[in-house]
Design a protein around this ligand. Structure first.
Ligand SMILES: [Zn+2]
Length: 216
């Protein structure tokens, strides 16, 4: 027995067109003009970037994800859960001005320069949707300059993620502690100094109570 109602029996329902429009406006998965995802290491920023951008692979939306060439670890945005996004490595975002894509993702934005964030500002004015992720606080516990520049662009959506503190295990880590041979690195370098992830140092997520501020 069928309990369906045939379309023909419903008054006012026009027959569906049999052909689709040749070109739909691309929808960008609800992305705002500028989405910023920040937090310490191990806070799930990459997973959030992947969940926002990976569905675009099945759409007409042109998109590209960039990582700093200073990022040594791998050539993908990889979350600790194992999912990933293919990325383009670059030292500068300036070449993006010659490109025309609907959505640009930038991973590890704190490894870029303020001038690169200005490039993102220009792209946003052109209508490009930008999603940028990175660590917000440097080894001094202060905002990285490119992250501050991002906030100055007035992002429509900001997600600040926390991590589990590697010392006390409370889910309230906002800092990234730099470790030199397993001891807190306490040398006070210039603000916003990007530190390498080539194995010179190791890093921990830490809460306000457990973070050791540099003093030297
Ligand atoms: Zn702690």
């Amino acid at each position: 027995m069928s309990i369906g109602v045939s379309q023909q029996s419903l008054p006012g329902l026009a027959a569906r067109p049999t052909t689709r429009p040749t070109r739909r406006m691309p929808t960008t998965n609800g992305l705002s003009d500028l989405t910023v995802i920040v937090g310490p290491m191990k806070s799930g920023k990459s997973l959030e970037l992947i969940s926002l951008l990976s569905p675009l692979a099945y759409s007409d939306v042109t998109h590209r994800v960039y990582q700093s060439a200073r990022h040594q670890r791998d050539d993908k945005v990889t979350s600790r859960s194992g999912s990933s996004l293919v990325t383009t490595k670059t030292m500068s975002l300036e070449p993006l001005l010659d490109d025309d894509v609907d959505v640009v993702g930038v991973d590890e934005i704190h490894m870029f320069d303020v001038a690169d964030v200005e490039v993102l500002g220009t792209l946003i004015e052109r209508g490009t949707r930008v999603v940028a992720t990175g660590i917000d606080l440097d080894h001094r516990g202060e905002l990285f300059a490119p992250v501050r520049a991002l906030f100055e662009l007035g992002p429509q959506v900001v997600t600040h993620r926390r991590a589990v503190c590697d010392v006390c295990r409370e889910f309230r880590a906002v800092y990234t502690q730099v470790l030199d041979r397993d001891r807190a690195f306490t040398t006070r370098l210039a603000p916003s100094t990007p530190l390498p992830d080539d194995g010179t140092f190791s890093y921990e997520a830490r809460c306000r109570s457990c973070f050791v501020f540099p003093t030297d």
